[in-house]
Design a protein around this ligand. Structure first.
Ligand code: HPA
Length: 268
């Protein structure tokens, strides 16, 4: 059973970095997920292409619940996700990487919890620390050892998309403390937290966000920078996947004990 999974965002669509890949269609109570599994340095690793093969699913229509539920049901405990982001800060330049440690949620229409009452009940999940600090530190170390420009920590502003932002929105996000902007980290990060999984993101800056960039922002620009730097993204990702420990020293699973307590059960 894979204990580690990759969720590949823009530019990371296939599991070719893994060996002997098998693909499975996983049915979940939330719909279907497509999960590939393969070997990497002796580890079994699962892979989900967030936007589907060839980027066919926009951010607001990704079935985040099916993806996270499928990975959890396969035994995955730690997820490393990739994301393309726009930068709100001059010092976070296109081609740089940011290991985000907080988010601001500006999504609007996405199912964002597994706990909607009924059998699963109602849970208010703590997201004081939304991203796994242990896996995040590993991503930072991996990038630094490789000499790749990386920022340790940053606040990810998650918008609904699929449009890019107005210059006024970006000015507001910057004033609120946002560092980078993207369209996918929420609810993916939250759903992983609800399942007691570690979740960390390596965000790649593909552009300066609207109004920060002197030029007009285009989807092509995002894809071009992504293509130029995707090799570095894969190096960080696979370096961290190879080094991630199966035993967890973080608090990401604590929620499961709380849920068990709330349900009046013992965890062990
Ligand atoms: N805004 C939102 N999402 C993005 C951007 C952006 O500027 N760049 C890459 N993903």
């Amino acid at each position: 059973m894979p204990k580690v999974a990759i969720i590949g965002g823009t530019g990371v669509y296939d599991a070719r970095m893994l060996e002997n890949v098998t693909k499975a269609v996983v049915d979940t109570p939330y719909g279907t997920a497509w999960v590939a599994t393969g070997g990497y340095q002796g580890l079994e690793v699962a892979f989900v292409a967030r936007h589907g093969a060839g980027h066919s699913v926009p951010p607001h229509l990704v079935n985040y619940r099916a993806n996270i539920y499928a990975l959890s049901s396969m035994g995955v405990e730690r997820i490393i996700a990739t994301a393309a982001v726009g930068s709100l800060r001059q010092e976070m330049k296109p081609g740089h990487f940011v290991i985000v440690d907080q988010f601001l949620d500006f999504t609007r229409s996405r199912p964002s919890t597994f706990y909607e009452g009924g059998e699963r009940g109602v849970i208010h999940c703590d997201v004081t620390v939304p991203y796994c600090e242990e896996v995040g530190a590993l991503l930072v170390d991996t990038a630094r050892q490789m000499g790749i420009p990386v920022h340790a920590g940053g606040t990810y502003v998650c918008t609904e998309g699929p449009r890019f932002e107005t210059a006024a929105e970006i000015r507001m996000f910057a004033q609120l403390g946002g560092d980078v902007v993207g369209m996918t980290s929420v609810p993916e990060c939250v759903l992983a937290r609800e399942m007691g999984m570690c979740y960390a993101t390596v965000a790649m800056v593909t552009n300066y966000a609207a109004g920060i960039s002197p030029t007009k922002l285009t989807h092509t620009e995002v894809i071009d920078i992504m293509a130029a730097n995707v090799a570095n993204l894969r190096r960080i990702l696979m370096g961290a996947v190879g080094a991630v420990s199966a035993s967890r020293g973080c608090g990401c699973a604590d929620i499961l004990e709380e849920i068990a307590r709330l349900r009046g059960q013992e965890t062990d």
